[in-house]
Design a protein around this ligand. Structure first.
Ligand SMILES: [Zn+2]
Length: 269
């Protein structure tokens, strides 16, 4: 590591040594300790390697300084094509609010997160009730368990809606999941992306343009992180939504004279 460090320009060496080091007591030297504290796993790896071998870590002058939260408002993703690490907001960030990312798996239970944060010098994460309040931890752990192991899959009912029932009553489990993910501040995770995607498809099918726009605006950030590209802008305008696959499916049912109460045999996943 020293050889690599010595080849860096002096201003980069200075910036590197100014980064935090939480590995001062475990035998790590000054350079390795800073790499362990500030490295971001990139997903970039040697072609002929497997497992943990051949993986590359990025140390960034500014991005490595972003603090941790188990309810982060941003997430990072590695782009090999431009050889860059990008930080994207996963929900609206107020002016003056600190930008945070997760150093550990934010979907892991509180005890596991606490253990994973120790190497970063974080001994008592105080990011919210799912970390610092016994009742909040119980609720947060149960929710995270469901987010990980019981993904919501939306299927339309095979029976007509009951009298007086809202046309989207069958979407409730997905709406509840979405609210719980937001309550836990987990807008950067796969389950949030999956659930938002399904809600967009469902509301395209139900031809509820305003709700499609709402969920399209919420999926934007996490889509940049997971898919590494922009979410299609077509879901932000009435014209674009009307051209979408699910909106058109609904249109075809109407044109074919299929009654609204007929079963909808469609997966929205
Ligand atoms: Zn926390």
């Amino acid at each position: 590591m020293k050889v690599v460090f010595d080849r860096m320009p002096p201003e980069n060496q200075k910036a590197f040594m100014e980064l935090a080091n939480s590995h001062t007591q475990d035998g790590s030297d000054d350079i390795t300790g800073r790499i362990r504290t500030n490295g971001v796993v990139t997903g970039f790896r040697d072609r002929n390697s497997s497992g943990a071998q051949g993986r590359y870590t990025a140390i960034c002058k500014d991005i490595s300084r972003i603090n941790h939260s188990c309810r982060p408002n941003a997430s990072w993703s590695w782009h090999t094509d431009s050889f860059s690490l990008r930080v994207c907001a996963v929900r609206d960030i107020r002016a003056g609010e600190e930008v945070t990312v997760a150093y550990c798996d934010a979907l892991a239970p509180a005890a596991e997160r606490a253990e994973a944060l120790v190497p970063y010098g974080i001994y008592n994460c105080n990011c919210g009730p799912s970390c610092n309040d016994p009742a909040g931890i119980r609720i947060g752990d149960k929710r995270r368990d469901r987010f990980r192991f019981e993904p919501v899959v939306v299927f339309a009912p095979h029976v007509p809606p009951k009298v007086g029932e809202a046309p989207d009553a069958w979407v409730k489990p997905a709406l509840r999941r979405f609210r719980e993910l937001e309550a836990e501040g987990l807008e950067g995770c796969n389950e949030y992306h999956r659930t938002a995607y399904q809600l967009i498809n469902v509301y395209c099918f139900l031809q509820d343009v305003e709700k499609v726009k709402k969920y399209a605006s919420k999926i934007k950030g996490v889509h940049r992180v997971i898919e590494k590209k922009e979410f299609p802008a077509s879901f932000s305008s009435a014209e674009g939504i009307e051209r979408s696959q699910y909106y058109q499916m609904s249109e075809m049912r109407k044109k074919a004279g299929i009654p609204e109460s007929a079963p909808i045999l469609i997966s929205f996943a």
